[in-house]
Design a protein around this ligand. Structure first.
Ligand SMILES: [Zn+2]
Length: 308
């Protein structure tokens, strides 16, 4: 069980939650899903205008790490008409940087690698929330991060890349696939302990299967060491999104980079669950690419005049 839910947790400070709710309400009332062919989970209210150039800056991390992150993130540019500008200076071998001391806006996307009480794990602000102002103040002030990768280098390379692709997916407005209103994963997850489960705790993995092979429920595992998610975090990151969010989707995509890998025990039907995928998704799925094109369509190329 040690490898499980490594998924990112989107942490929203409580005092902001209310304001965010207000924004969602306002934006989503006049939005309806119009394109029934779209296959990924994105809410139109989070998307930028196609062609948007998003500046990116780092706080912490070395040149080599920044180079990898920039390269992986730019994979999205092949499929979505959007640009990430990392402010790369090849001669000086450095990328754009931001700091908590400087309140002047250095970049749209501000990456940190923190592991503190206030900021840890893997997360990203969603889409155009980074541009949003509430009551005359930016929702994400210029001196706080909008994306975090805690100890990214401690992971396997393929996993590092998966995290970067996933978080940059959030950054352009994509949401968790396992929370898609099309997936029905709410009904599939094992929320509660299996009947008769004897609490069994391991220091490394937290609550694990008991000696009779019975599984703990998601709440038992995630609310305790080593995860320590709050009930709200579990809800925000795992519960299905409401249909009135104006999602564009038809079909659930278990191969999406936006879906977490969950071990079979987390589903009441185990491997037979429709929400189960047999491996961790580490690259963009075909449907991710398609959704990116639909969310951010490239301008149509003008026909070249014949030279004859
Ligand atoms: Zn995520």
């Amino acid at each position: 069980m040690s490898e499980y839910p490594l998924g990112c947790s989107l942490k929203i400070p409580d005092e902001r939650r209310k304001r965010l709710k207000k924004k969602r309400k306002k934006r989503l009332t006049n939005l309806i899903a119009t394109d029934s062919r779209t296959r990924a989970t994105f809410a139109k209210g989070y998307l930028f205008e196609p062609g948007r150039v998003l500046t990116v800056a780092f706080k912490g991390g070395d040149y080599d790490l920044h180079k990898d992150i920039a390269r992986w993130a730019k994979t999205w540019e092949k499929y979505a008409y959007i640009k990430f500008d990392f402010g790369h200076d090849k001669e000086k071998q450095q990328f754009r940087r931001w700091s908590r001391r400087n309140k002047k806006k250095k970049a749209d996307i501000r990456i940190s690698f923190e592991s503190t009480k206030e900021n840890s794990g893997y997360w990203s602000a969603i889409g155009n929330d980074i541009d949003w102002e509430a009551d005359g103040e930016p929702f994400y002030p210029a001196n706080i991060p909008t994306m975090n990768f805690e100890n990214l280098r401690s992971r396997k390379k393929s996993k590092q890349r998966a995290f970067v692709l996933h978080e940059f997916g959030h950054a352009i407005g994509f949401l968790h696939e396992h929370q898609s209103p099309s997936g029905g994963c709410d009904k599939e997850f094992r929320w509660k302990d299996e009947k008769g489960y004897i609490p069994t705790f391991s220091k490394k993995d937290g609550f694990i299967r008991d000696k009779n092979g019975l599984s703990p429920g998601i709440f038992t595992v995630m609310e305790n060491e080593p995860y320590l998610w709050t009930t709200q975090q579990i809800r925000d990151n795992m519960l299905m999104f409401k249909r009135d969010y104006a999602f564009d989707r038809t079909k659930f995509d278990p191969k999406s980079i936006m879906k977490y890998y969950y071990e079979p025990w987390m589903y009441t039907k185990g491997k037979k669950s429709s929400c189960y995928s047999d491996q961790e998704n580490t690259t963009l799925s075909e449907l991710d690419k398609k959704a990116a094109r639909l969310a951010y369509p490239f301008p149509k190329k003008k026909k070249r005049r014949s030279r004859r």
